[in-house]
Design a protein around this ligand. Structure first.
Ligand code: ADP
Ligand code: F6P
Length: 495
């Protein structure tokens, strides 16, 4: 069987020494895929050094081979803080006002992608398939192709692909999109992102689509499809029954006695709509004086990308806003908002989710949002909490039984809270059951398998994934057949 090489900016495989550490569902799924395909996970170590040496640090962690490389300070500033997080992240989350169009950032981005390609090259064997993740690494396939790599290479974008009119504000938008055509397969979170990408290709660069569903532009062809990412629902259900989750659950219940706890869990990021959420909660407190003492909001928001000014400014504004709301509505024995800026283990989060009567997942723009799915996965079927979800999260496409709101409207946030906290058990159970079935069915394993099969040229449900016109490596076909046979076998067993 061919090996799988996963590449992402951040490399975070599960570490058994950490117990149920903060490693997310995505990392768990990728690690599982890597074990299955005996592959490698390559990326940045998270460390900076005075000068880039290209030296690989290879480690074996819980059956997964991890290869990391250090970056030098200028690369880190221009590539990670710069082009990735001051240019692409805000632009792709519709924040043109926060987007920096600085030429040196683009140069740093290209440079690091080139360095990544050169460092990764010696690790790639002819039969390997390569799966590259997220906006940090869009040009990586181009750089690998320049070095002569002909393996199948797939790309998955974890964040939204924005509307055409936003993409063209980027000075080098053509170059960025052309780089995507060096992949054999491009995966998006939602149909909406896929359509926005196709819209750009059709109207900006006069690209087209073949009757086999391939996109053609820049004299190249590729395939693109939506692969909504999921969580490891089974693992979450297992975690919630563990000792740590139970202890946290008991503690949270004791701390919210006589009150209903509403939870928010997000990186401290302007895309998550934290300010709008808090203003909506303030509106709720204002509109429902009779409920004030019965409800509290626990907002967990670990600090993120704190070298980027927009994140520092947001933090200052949030500290002020929470101080103001708590000052106005707190009593001697009661504070409406609990504000926590740290990370927790996954099993601790599971306990918190389960103790919450509602979750506010209200991003202004989000590729998917895994917290929404984790919250559902952690609920007690006998007494489930209610998910309040922004229509602008990718997850809203699949999670229609949540209370779907526009996070920009304080009234909608307030009304949804009122509705969630007074919803009767039958409705809560009905909504939760549909949500849970979806979270369980479209889980992270299904996402991973769909993507890898499509990259190998096996058919999946989407028309855009017709067989590749140019199978490059013969043994991939053999491996694809083996996988298909195994899948059929597994289906027979399940049947
Ligand atoms: P993003 O990828 O933009 O951060 P997602 O909601 O898709 O947003 O994924 C966030 C992941 O990070 C989830 O798996 C969530 O459990 C995890 N996470 C968020 N906040 C914390 C926290 N305080 N401690 C531990 N994990 C967290
Ligand atoms: O989901 C989007 C994403 O940017 C991931 O690629 C990333 O690992 C995560 O959010 C956290 O961001 P960062 O790696 O910048 O801390």
């Amino acid at each position: 069987m061919s090996r799988l090489i996963v590449v992402s900016n951040r490399v975070n495989p599960p570490n058994p020494a950490d117990g149920e550490s903060s490693t997310g569902g995505l990392a768990m799924a990728l690690a599982a895929a890597l074990r299955e395909y005996s592959g490698i996970w390559f990326g940045w170590s998270g460390k900076t050094v005075p000068e880039f040496s290209g030296q690989l640090n290879m480690q074996r962690i819980d059956g997964v081979t991890v290869a990391t490389v250090d970056l030098e300070e200028t690369d880190y500033q221009e590539y990670y803080n710069g082009y990735a997080n001051k240019t692409l992240w805000p632009l792709f989350h519709y924040r043109v006002d926060l987007t920096a169009y600085d030429r040196s950032f683009g140069q740093g981005y290209d440079r690091v992608n080139r360095l990544f390609a050169e460092t990764l090259l010696p690790l790639i064997e002819p039969d390997d398939i390569v799966w590259i993740h997220d906006y940090h690494l869009i040009p990586l396939a181009r750089e690998l192709r320049r070095l002569g790599v002909t393996n199948r290479i797939g790309f998955f974008l974890h964040i939204p692909w924005p509307a055409h009119q936003l993409v063209v504000t980027l000075p080098r938008h053509r170059q960025l999109v052309e780089a995507l055509f060096d992949y054999d397969l491009i995966g998006f979170q939602t149909e909406e992102s896929l359509q926005a990408f196709e819209g750009y290709v059709f109207s900006e660069v006069e690209g087209g689509k073949t009757d086999r569903g391939e996109l053609v532009a820049f004299g190249k062809r590729t395939r693109a499809a939506a692969f909504p990412i999921g969580v490891d629902a089974q693992d979450f259900a297992r975690l919630v029954d563990g000792d740590t989750a139970r202890k946290v659950y008991d503690r949270m219940m004791a701390h919210s006695v006589f009150r209903k706890m509403v939870v928010g869990v997000d990186r401290l990021d302007y895309s998550k709509g934290l300010e709008e959420r808090l203003i909506g909660f303030e509106r709720f407190l204002h509109d429902h004086p009779e409920l004030r003492r019965e409800v509290m909001l626990l907002q967990i928001a670990p600090i993120s990308r704190d070298e980027v000014e927009a994140y520092q400014d947001l933090r200052v504004r949030l500290d002020g806003l929470i101080g103001r709301i708590n000052g106005a509505y707190a009593e001697m024995d009661f504070t409406p908002i609990r504000w926590v800026n740290r990370s927790y283990r996954r099993d601790e989060l599971a306990g918190v989710y389960r103790a919450s009567k509602a979750a506010l997942v209200t991003p202004l723009r989000d590729g998917m949002n895994l917290v929404a799915k984790e919250f559902v996965a952690a609920q007690d079927p006998e007494d489930p909490g209610v998910l309040i979800l922004s229509r602008f999260a990718g997850a809203a496409r699949q999670m229609k039984d949540a209370l779907i709101i526009n996070p920009n409207s304080p009234e909608e946030v307030s009304d949804a809270l009122d509705r969630a906290l007074s919803m009767d058990l039958t409705e809560r159970q009905r909504r939760w059951r549909t949500l849970f079935d979806n979270v369980q069915r479209e889980d992270v394993t299904a996402w991973r398998d769909d993507f890898v099969s499509a990259l190998k040229g096996e058919s999946i449900s989407d028309a855009a994934t017709a067989p590749l016109p140019r199978p490059r490596v013969q043994s991939l076909d053999t491996a694809a057949k083996a996988l298909k046979a195994r899948n059929t076998e597994a289906q027979d067993v399940r049947a």
